[in-house]
Write a protein that binds this ligand. Structure first.
Ligand SMILES: *[C@@H]1O[C@H](CO)[C@@H](O)[C@H](O)[C@H]1NC(C)=O
Ligand SMILES: *[C@@H]1O[C@H](CO)[C@@H](O)[C@H](O)[C@H]1NC(C)=O
Ligand SMILES: *[C@@H]1O[C@H](CO)[C@@H](O)[C@H](O)[C@H]1NC(C)=O
Ligand SMILES: *[C@@H]1O[C@H](CO)[C@@H](O)[C@H](O)[C@H]1NC(C)=O
Ligand SMILES: *[C@@H]1O[C@H](CO)[C@@H](O)[C@H](O)[C@H]1NC(C)=O
Ligand SMILES: *[C@@H]1O[C@H](CO)[C@@H](O)[C@H](O)[C@H]1NC(C)=O
Ligand SMILES: *[C@@H]1O[C@H](CO)[C@@H](O)[C@H](O)[C@H]1NC(C)=O
Ligand SMILES: *[C@@H]1O[C@H](CO)[C@@H](O)[C@H](O)[C@H]1NC(C)=O
Ligand SMILES: *[C@@H]1O[C@H](CO)[C@@H](O)[C@H](O)[C@H]1NC(C)=O
Ligand SMILES: *[C@@H]1O[C@H](CO)[C@@H](O)[C@H](O)[C@H]1NC(C)=O
Ligand SMILES: *[C@@H]1O[C@H](CO)[C@@H](O)[C@H](O)[C@H]1NC(C)=O
Ligand SMILES: *[C@@H]1O[C@H](CO)[C@@H](O)[C@H](O)[C@H]1NC(C)=O
Length: 803
């Protein structure tokens, strides 16, 4: 290697030793081409060392043979004259998870004739796949999934070496070419899920069974004929036929030749009842069965024969009666989802689950009554929310040391919260919301407690907040709202380093909110603090809000991140919260981590609103209504630039509304009604678009939206009826389409609270669109290898909901 080349290396990669190792064998011209390729795009999110880490060159020739871009590395258009297409020796090219901003796939990919692996998934490609792709005859792995590709299925019959082919999540239409399988003798993995494909699949009548082991055809427009050919693919272990769009009920017996099948996903198909109760020995090898939303009305007896079954998801059906006792005898069963059926209970004694191998079970959204069965010995996740169970929470829960999530919310449990709940080792989530529990919250939290979410809202709890909560250094979400807790403000909780959400709304808290030293309140990570409807008194020092972070939280790639992060391979639990926001009340919303609110309404607070409120730049909602605040509205509020909802009504505020508030561009809801404000309402659409009632009860205010201008004496005009009605509709949409700032708000949602998605969404949907329960919350899967969960999927659904 010449000195000058070495010098070039040093210039380019001065900072990294790592990439020297990888790229050392690369020729200078190749390195220049790679740099040029990088320069064709915006690539702020990945530095050179990351980029070159994914490069490999041939030891002998110095030519680039492998390029694996870091996820999210490039943004920009991939042009047909890109220097990428000069890297003729590439064998492995992975540009997945880039953002090629709606480029079409350049036909120049076909220059890279030595490619064996080509992955362009989730990169924003649109349009048709160029036919030249069929020149890449050495390809073994082709992944074009998660783009916006249109047109027919690309012709791949010349790519005879292919073993993995993934076109899923595109907009491909038309029929599958008749010779797709016959011409690809080595194909073992075929994924065409979520396209618009029609017709059937040709499977040759060969004596040797085809190699295909993974086949995913779900969510297309296939017809029934596709079933017969599939039954010839006898080596299949994974089969996804969700939402087949066939007009007659599907007969499971068609799958009887598939003796190796481990996973079958038949969600959103109607199934032939007879085939669910037969004793025929079909699908005996199954370990995971998805029968979600299949209009099943009776518990399928066929499950008795599935002695290898580990995962059963039979949620969102219409099954009545009791869950049969024999189910719990299946020796390997470990994950069971029975959510959203019409089950009335469990067959057998209250110990029926005790000795089963089940670890994760969710039977939420049913009509179960009586006593809840004691959880299986190895329970990790035990969820019964939204049933009608009565009686005490069984004490046997106390010796389930493996329990991580316990959700008994929205039932009718009575009696005390078992003391033991506070000294579990593994427990991370306890949700007992909306029951009729009595007594006080147990006070034995150990210092190494892992608990992150504790929700005991809407019960009849009394006593004080347990001081041992201080031991729960992982606690993020603490909700004790709507109880009868009588205590002073827990200043001591500020020692909890992770507390994000704290609500003690509607209790009997009393005393001062200001610390003894009259300094800042100082909870380090708090984003949501709801103290409304208690009896707090006194004034707040000007520095009250100093030292609050409300800094930008970590946001994932989609910009979405919900509170509560219990997502793992097996289940998802997300914290939900009643939102009082923009004058509306929403039960059980899922909140983004970027959501930040303060609600002190309905207390007896007095004195001035602390000027330091202006430091909370990320605050989205502020509610100080129904107190006795005096003085002026602090002009510093104009610095709370993310503010969407401001309620200062029913206080004793005087003076003008600060002009600066007119520039808060996200502000969609304002109420300053019933104060002693005067002067002109600030100009701007945020203010003039509000209902008049937002300003009523202030004798001295004038300007839009109030009738008349500030110059002339106001004329008496009858109010328009519409406006009043609008306000009474407690409906999220009403705000969005209601009036002008609402439209603005529609956009704002996307950025701040985007994924408001009530826990009850499933229920709401079930009335008009079949039955469906919040797919995110309830998602379960057994094996990450066959992980059918897909982030993009859930984002799509959320987006749909927004529309
Ligand atoms: C490049 O980014 C990675 C993480 O993405 C980081 O570990 C590394 O230190 C960065 N290198 C330079 C030179 O900035
Ligand atoms: C290339 O060289 C590296 C380092 O010397 C070595 O680890 C690697 O196996 C070599 N690769 C080939 C294909 O010879
Ligand atoms: C391609 O890169 C992505 C990261 O962007 C990675 O997740 C994926 O596994 C890679 N695929 C292949 C076949 O290397
Ligand atoms: C590719 O073509 C565009 C014009 O279409 C030109 O601006 C650009 O410089 C060319 N890039 C290269 C690498 O030749
Ligand atoms: C891709 O880049 C464009 C332009 O910068 C941007 O508007 C878009 O949001 C990006 N898409 C993704 C998924 O990052
Ligand atoms: C194709 O890429 C997507 C996105 O990275 C990934 O989810 C999928 O598993 C890949 N398919 C295969 C067969 O590796
Ligand atoms: C496949 O290869 C044959 C012969 O090499 C050629 O005639 C044909 O056009 C190719 N098909 C496609 C779709 O490229
Ligand atoms: C395949 O075999 C079935 C019976 O086993 C027969 O009915 C069918 O005609 C055969 N198809 C072809 C294309 O040979
Ligand atoms: C099908 O599976 C069997 C048993 O797993 C195996 O022996 C056989 O080679 C497979 N057939 C093909 C074509 O891969
Ligand atoms: C199949 O899909 C089409 C288009 O979405 C729809 O109109 C039709 O009702 C569906 N048929 C069945 C049986 O699901
Ligand atoms: C819960 O129990 C109370 C009496 O203890 C009863 O009034 C109420 O209707 C029950 N609610 C439900 C949902 O069963
Ligand atoms: C807003 O914040 C800036 C500094 O961030 C400060 O100089 C200014 O005085 C604040 N405005 C008000 C009205 O408090």
């Amino acid at each position: 290697m010449s000195l000058s080349v070495l010098f070039l290396y040093c210039m380019i990669f001065a900072s990294s030793f790592f990439l020297m190792i990888n790229a050392l064998t690369c020729r200078q011209d190749q390195i220049q081409a790679l740099m040029q390729f990088k320069n064709e795009f915006e690539s702020e999110d990945c530095n050179r060392s990351d980029y070159f880490n994914g490069v490999q060159c041939d030891n002998a020739t110095g030519a680039v043979t492998k390029l694996q871009l870091p996820s999210g590395c490039f943004t920009g258009t991939l042009k047909s004259n890109s220097s990428l297409f000069g890297l003729h020796q590439l064998r492995y090219l992975n540009l997945s998870h880039s953002n090629f901003t709606s480029s079409s796939l350049p036909s120049e990919f076909s220059n890279l004739k030595r490619l064996e692996v080509l992955s362009l998934a989730s990169s924003g490609f649109t349009g048709q796949v160029p036919s030249e792709i069929s020149n890449l005859v050495l390809l073994t792995h082709l992944n074009l999934s998660h783009n916006e590709l249109t047109g027919g299925l690309p012709l791949v019959r010349n790519l005879t070496k292919l073993s993995v082919l993934d076109f899923s999540y595109n907009k491909l239409s038309g029929a599958i070419p008749y010779d797709l399988l016959p011409s690809l003798p080595f194909l073992s993995y075929l994924d065409l899920k979520k396209n618009r494909l029609t017709g059937s699949l040709d499977v040759p009548n060969t004596s040797s069974s085809p190699r295909l082991v993974y086949l995913s055809l779900g969510y297309n427009l296939f017809e029934g004929q596709i079933l017969e050919p599939i039954s010839k693919l006898t080596n299949l272990t994974y089969l996804d036929l969700s939402s087949l769009n066939i007009s007659y009920p599907l007969d499971l017996r068609v799958f009887s030749p598939l003796k190796s099948l481990l996973v079958i996903d038949l969600r959103e198909n109607r199934l032939l009842p007879a085939s669910l109760s037969s004793d025929s020995d079909i699908l005996l090898s199954l370990d995971s069965l998805y029968l979600v939303q299949c209009d099943i009305i009776e518990f399928p007896n066929i499950l008795k024969t599935f002695q290898n079954l580990k995962l059963l998801d039979i949620s969102n059906n219409l099954i009545k009666g009791k869950v049969p006792e024999w189910l719990w005898k299946l020796p390997r069963l470990s994950i069971v989802n029975l959510v959203n059926n019409s089950f009335t209970g469990f067959e057998g004694s209250s110990e029926v689950l005790l000795n089963s191998s089940v670890q994760i079970i969710d039977f939420a959204y049913n009509s179960m009554t009586g006593e809840i069965p004691v959880p299986p010995l190895n329970s990790m996740y035990y969820s019964a929310w939204n049933n009608s169970f009565t009686g005490n929470i069984p004490l046997s829960i106390c010796n389930r040391s493996t329990l991580v999530v316990l959700d008994l919310s929205y039932n009718n449990f009575t009696g005390p919260i078992p003391q033991c709940l506070s000294n579990f080792k593994a427990l991370k989530v306890v949700n007992l919301r909306k029951n009729s529990l009595e007594g006080s919250i147990p006070d034995e939290f150990y210092s190494d407690a892992l608990i992150q979410t504790l929700d005991v809202g809407y019960n009849r709890l009394t006593g004080k907040l347990p001081r041992s909560l201080l031991n729960c250094s992982f606690l993020k979400f603490l909700s004790v709202d709507n109880n009868r807790i009588e205590d002073t403000f827990p200043f001591w909780l500020k020692a909890l380093p992770n507390l994000h959400v704290f609500t003690l709304r509607s209790n009997r808290f009393f005393g001062h909110l200001s610390p003894l030293d009259q300094g800042p309140l100082g909870f380090p990570e708090l984003r949501i603090l709801e103290l409304s409807d208690n009896s707090f008194t006194g004034s707040l020092p000007p520095s009250f809000f100093l030292n609050w972070k409300t800094s930008s939280p970590i946001i994932n790639k989609d910009g979405r991140m919900y509170m509560g992060d219990y997502k793992n391979t097996y289940y998802i639990y997300e914290d939900t919260l009643d939102l009082q926001y923009k004058g509306l009340f929403m039960e059980q919303g899922k909140v983004l981590t970027s959501y930040s609110t303060i609600d002190f309404s309905g207390n007896k607070l007095e004195g001035q609103i602390p000027e330091s409120i202006g430091l909370l730049k990320e605050l989205i909602a502020l509610n100080l209504s129904n107190n006795a605040f005096t003085g002026h509205i602090p002009p510093s509020l104009a610095n709370v630039t993310e503010l969407e909802s401001l309620d200062l009504s029913r206080n004793k505020l005087s003076g003008n509304i600060p002009r600066g508030l007119g520039s808060l561009s996200f502000l969609a809801y304002i109420s300053v009604a019933h104060n002693q404000l005067k002067g002109e309402i600030p100009e701007g659409p945020q203010f003039s678009g509000q209902a008049e009632s937002s300003f009523e009860g202030n004798a001295g205010l004038c300007g839009l939206p109030l009738q008349g201008s500030c110059l002339e004496p106001p004329t008496q005009q009858p109010k328009e009826e519409d406006e009043e009605e609008e306000e009474e509709i407690l409906n999220w949409k009403a705000v969005v389409i209601g009036y002008w700032p609402g439209l603005l708000f529609g956009l704002v949602i996307a950025h701040a609270i985007a994924s408001y998605k009530p826990k009850w969404f499933g229920k709401i949907v079930s009335t008009d669109k079949g039955k469906e329960v919040d797919p995110v919350r309830l998602f379960m899967t057994l094996d990450s290898r066959w992980d059918s969960f897909n982030d993009k999927d859930s984002v799509e659904q959320e987006t749909d909901m927004k529309k």
